[in-house]
Design a protein around this ligand. Structure first.
Ligand SMILES: Cc1ncc(COP(=O)(O)O)c(C=O)c1O
Length: 387
């Protein structure tokens, strides 16, 4: 049976952060939420069935990470991304955000320079700052809604850095980095002896004709300096199940990380996450194909609505992720006025551009992982607010 992504499933009063935490985070509860990155869609039936078997058994003791979980990950990356995962390189974590922070702690020391490419996923800043590492910004360059990497600046920053945190596909600007771009990044990192921490959590949410290229797969040399973080959680809407993993090919880097993480016992992920990840990877491809078509339809709908009704709001080219990066600069509002307009006038909960660091001013991030009717309602509210 094909999934019905048009179904509007009530999520209020389900302890959903997206729907039930609006008052605390945005100052009022009556907003239409298109912010935090989870989707308003039910998971694939194969995931529900696997979880149901676990629930029917009714015992949730300590759970073994048996070979089938590793095999599901190896199979997925081989089929979807042409990358041969070494099962021995896989380590689990309760999330990509904690993984990034633990990796920063384990693989760098206080004062080390870490490069981020803003505007970028905000927890990367926390990982750098709260761990007292030195933030080096390699700001992305925007031209007419398309973002590119400033390689001259990256070269300069790399001289004083220990690590680059790469976001591929890039949240929030929607880029899927091309092979030539990744090769340049890798060449600079190899030459300056940087570790690449590649967050590829959105890598299955990529729209044709783009293809995700795992940076670790470029060559054995690049693989040895790369740690890749991933989870089934964005793709299959499992974020609440707190299960992610990383792949660390180099035994020395892996051992360094393991020494730090064994101490924290962060590898003990829960059976619901493991079971659903394996079910999604083993059987979820038809659902994902339908999801990608639907999300692309939402993006097209958004583009045509903006062109017809809100021509001064631009959207960046979406190559990957379900997060649209909206440019309101033409409206000439101050950052606070834009935020107020979205929350108080449009009554929408979006992600405010400045939270993603420099280059975010004048932008808002909108989550397209919702039924089209919800998206239409959001855009109608925005039109009324900006009129
Ligand atoms: C780039 C990126 N990394 C990580 C995460 C979250 O990862 P987790 O929920 O596994 O901590 C998100 C969620 O939006 C994300 O966009």
């Amino acid at each position: 049976m094909l999934p019905n992504f048009d179904e509007v499933i009530p999520r209020r009063n389900t302890d959903s952060v997206k729907f039930d935490d609006l008052e605390k985070r945005f100052g009022r509860p009556d907003l239409l939420p298109l912010w935090v990155a989870d989707m308003d869609f039910r998971v694939p039936n194969c995931v529900t069935a696997a979880l149901q078997r676990l629930v029917d058994h009714g015992i949730y003791g300590y759970h073994l990470k048996s070979p089938k979980y590793f095999q599901a990950i190896v199979g997925w990356w081989g089929r979807r991304h042409g990358y041969a995962v070494d099962p021995a390189s896989i380590l689990f974590s309760p999330g990509v955000v904690p993984a990034v922070s633990h990796l920063v702690q384990a693989l760098t020391v206080k004062g080390d320079g870490i490069i981020l490419q803003p505007p970028v996923y905000h927890p990367f800043f926390w990982a750098v700052r709260t761990n007292q590492r030195r933030l080096l910004e390699n700001r992305l360059v925007e031209k007419g809604g398309a973002y590119a990497i400033d390689f001259d600046d990256l070269e300069v920053k790399a001289r004083e850095a220990r690590m680059l945190i790469l976001c591929n596909p890039h949240n929030p600007v929607g880029r899927v980095w091309r092979r030539e771009e990744l090769e340049k990044i890798a060449e600079i990192c190899l030459r300056h002896k940087l570790i690449i921490l590649s967050d590829e959590i959105h890598n299955d949410l990529v729209f044709r004709p783009h293809r995700h290229i795992p940076i670790a797969g470029l060559s054995p040399e690049v693989d040895r300096i790369t740690v890749t973080c991933h989870a089934a959680s964005k793709t299959f809407n499992l974020a609440g199940l707190s299960t992610a993993y990383m792949m660390i090919r180099d035994p020395k880097i892996r051992e360094t990380y393991k020494q730090a993480s064994d101490f924290l016992h962060v590898e003990a992920v829960n059976p619901f996450g493991l079971v659903s990840t394996a079910a999604a990877f083993d059987e979820g491809e038809p659902w994902l194909a339908a999801l990608l078509d639907y999300l692309w339809g939402n993006y097209e709908f958004l583009k045509s609505f903006l062109a017809a009704d809100l021509p001064r709001v631009k959207v960046s080219l979406l190559e990957g992720t379900y997060l649209a990066w909206l440019d309101f600069r033409d409206h000439g509002l101050s950052p606070q006025a834009l935020k107020d307009c979205v929350i108080q006038k449009a009554r929408l909960a979006l992600n405010d551009g400045p939270m993603f660091g420099s280059g975010g001013e004048g932008f808002q991030r909108m989550n397209l992982g919702c039924p089209r009717a919800t998206l239409r309602q959001a855009l109608e509210r925005m039109r009324a607010a900006l009129e």
